[in-house]
Design a protein around this ligand. Structure first.
Ligand code: COA
Length: 464
């Protein structure tokens, strides 16, 4: 039995913070954000929206676009790291909102849970729902997986310039028009880490930024190594002499906490994969230096990061490697299109990888690439920490879906925030009913209870 993504819908809040305004206000060089991190705009939520609203708006778009009724949906999963409650799943809020449109009780048959593992949980939710379909449990119904988050970091922290917000809803079935998952190759890595975490009661995470960057790379590499073994042993990919399995991944989509992280990850993964290949000799000649090694090659991440001589040389080596035509060719043809939307919107945590997928489809289609039959590889990472690698093949009917994609018009007219308004929103100085925008045709919060017996109960409405 096959399974995959049939369609995908995006909802991005309309307020945004301009990266240059932000950099100027914080006394930073705007080029660091624009070029160094690949951030030009960060989507910011208004007071009257929360991650459940974002999720419901994305889901409603997906359902309307595909003329789906609740009866067509067997499971609805939500992956988020912006939970509203320690116990009540975000699904229930979302079902409540959708039932305002489709009728009370209309989703009563539809199971689902909220999934958590930082930014990787959406990939686990996709995998579990794909397996529900493959197992023949779906009985002609589809599954919807929604990834929804508000990436909010402390004011003045180094994470503050990698914020964003939004949700993506994905429709899964056994005859997908967009992408069919490759069977028996999905691979994971996991270990107990504190690179990024948000203790109970905190609105913003505790982050060890450079540690999390390196851990992301290591965990993704570990999962990719397992993927490689599976792809070779199942015969999914059959590289010839001097080739690597990565030569057979036509497009790569990576988790994007900021857009240049995709390039960083590609450089790291290619270095590890190409090192053993004949092509490496000429690449090293072009780079003009040998690959550096840390003083303690089997040391901890901390020991590697504190080995400043190695870190400096490794940085220099990576920069030179990314300037070689071999890297540039791979980057331009297989990764670059997936990074465009992230630059315009910012970090979406669980949804970042799927915004990258969405971006790749739209901008490759605009370039005139024929995507049918092309293999997409996905590199998913969640702090704490776990990585997941999986792949799928674009289906012949994909043009039906992709030809309509236009991220700018889907986001709609955006409103630039002043630094003052941004900070007031960030510090929760405005209440939910004091929104900056007048929302139209979307779900918003209309009440949050404060009485002890009903504290935290949220009410939502669809605005006309
Ligand atoms: N012009 C152009 N580029 C510049 C620049 C300038 N004036 N100043 C710095 N840069 C570049 C740096 O060279 C670096 O690029 P490189 O890594 O390719 O060399 C990039 O901008 C970032 O600079 P860096 O000093 O590493 O940034 P930082 O220490 O301020 O923070 C993060 C970066 C990502 C660690 C921080 O934003 C963070 O903690 N984010 C949240 C956690 C996260 O996203 N982790 C990722 C894995 S999940």
């Amino acid at each position: 039995m096959t399974a995959g993504i049939d369609d995908i819908a995006v909802y991005i809040p309309k307020l945004f913070l301009d990266a240059t305004d932000f950099a100027n206000a914080r006394g930073m060089d705007p080029k660091k954000l624009e070029k160094g991190l690949g951030v030009s705009k960060m989507a910011i939520v208004d007071t009257n929206q929360d991650p459940a609203c974002l999720a419901s708006n994305a889901c409603l778009r997906l359902m309307k676009k595909n003329k789906l009724s609740p009866e067509d949906i067997g499971r609805l999963y939500i992956a988020t790291e912006s939970a509203l409650d320690e116990s009540k799943a975000m699904n229930s809020y979302v079902i409540g909102m959708l039932e305002q449109v489709y009728g009370d009780g209309s989703f009563g048959h539809c199971g689902g849970i909220e999934c958590k593992f930082a930014c990787v949980s959406g990939s686990y939710a996709l995998y579990d729902n794909a397996n529900w379909i493959r197992a023949g449990e779906a009985e002609n119904k589809s599954a919807i997986v929604i990834v929804s988050d508000i990436a909010k970091y402390e004011l003045g922290s180094s994470g503050e310039y990698t914020q964003g917000a939004g949700a993506i809803a994905m429709l899964l079935n056994d005859n997908p028009r967009l992408l069919q998952f490759d069977p028996k190759v999905t691979s994971t890595s996991i270990r107990n880490e504190y690179d990024f975490y948000r203790p109970l009661g905190r609105e913003t995470p505790i982050v060890h930024g450079q540690y999390s960057n390196l851990l992301y790379l290591i965990q993704v590499k570990n999962a990719l190594e397992l993927y490689k073994q599976k792809a070779l042993s199942t015969g999914l990919i059959k590289p010839k002499e001097g080739e690597t399995f990565l030569d057979y991944i036509d497009f790569l989509n990576m988790h994007l906490p900021y857009s240049t992280m995709g390039k960083k990850a590609l450089a790291y993964l290619l270095r590890h994969e190409w090192r053993e290949l004949p092509r490496w000799k000429s690449i090293i000649e072009k780079i003009g230096m040998e690959e550096p090694n840390p003083k303690n090659p089997i040391g901890t991440i901390e020991s590697v990061l504190s080995d400043t001589e190695f870190m400096g040389k490794d940085h220099e080596f990576t920069k030179k490697f990314t300037q070689t035509e071999e890297f540039q060719e791979f980057y331009d043809s297989r990764l670059a299109s997936s990074l465009i939307a992230s630059k315009m919107i910012g970090n979406l945590y669980t949804a970042s990888l799927y915004l990258g997928f969405r971006s790749c489809l739209e901008f490759e289609f605009q370039k005139g690439s024929d995507l049918a039959g092309k293999r997409f590889g996905f590199g998913s990472y969640g702090s704490g920490s776990s990585a997941m690698i999986f792949s799928g093949v674009i289906q012949p009917a994909y043009k039906e879906i992709v030809s309509d994609m236009n991220i700018e018009s889907e986001v709609g007219q955006r409103v630039k925030l002043s630094l003052e308004d941004y900070e007031a929103l960030h510090e929760n100085k405005r209440s939910f009913n004091d929104s900056i925008l007048n929302s139209k045709h979307e779900f918003v919060i209309v009440d949050i209870e404060n009485k002890p017996e009903s504290k935290g109960e949220r009410r939502y409405a669809y605005t006309n």
